[in-house]
Design a binder for this molecule. Structure first.
Ligand SMILES: [Zn+2]
Length: 153
């Protein structure tokens, strides 16, 4: 990693695990101008392709899942740490499928599965966008189903 100021080589002066060892923060120092800066290392799904409903493909984009999750969990009692863990778990599930491409439906199911265990309101919000409930009845049915699952747990 080169220095952002003078573009010369740098060295790592300190490494610190983050998110319970799921990411690493490295403190670096430029060998030339002594500028200090940080880099982060985390699991990359950059080569993943997502197949959309209309069969078009696009590169996996973490920020899209993150945006959908943020919307679903808006004003919900979920801490930033819980949110980051949720996002990580979802990506780990996607990654563990071991495929080079995945359908947007599969990703949606993974997100719903994880959300269900984290926040039921968030789950319903996400489901209402993802499943595109055709009627209020269909939505009510899903809530009913969810309550049954909750009762069993
Ligand atoms: Zn420098």
């Amino acid at each position: 990693m080169n220095c952002p100021r003078c573009q010369k080589s740098t060295k790592v002066v300190n490494s610190r695990p983050l998110e319970g060892g799921r990411a690493v923060k490295r403190r670096r120092e430029c060998l030339h101008c002594s500028q200090r800066f940080s880099t982060y290392e985390r699991l990359s799904l950059g080569d993943f392709r997502v197949v959309k409903r209309n069969d078009s493909k696009e590169l996996y984009a973490r920020h899209k899942i993150e945006a959908g999750l943020r919307k679903a969990l808006e004003k919900r009692p979920v801490t930033e740490a819980q949110f980051q863990k949720l996002l990580f778990d979802i990506e780990a599930d996607v990654f563990s499928l071991g495929k080079e491409k995945i359908s947007s439906e599969q990703i949606g199911r993974i997100v719903l599965d994880r959300l269900k265990k984290t926040d039921k309101v968030g789950y319903l919000r996400f489901a209402s966008v993802y499943r595109n409930f055709r009627s209020p009845q269909a939505f009510a049915k899903e809530i009913e189903r969810l309550e049954k699952v909750g009762a069993r747990a």
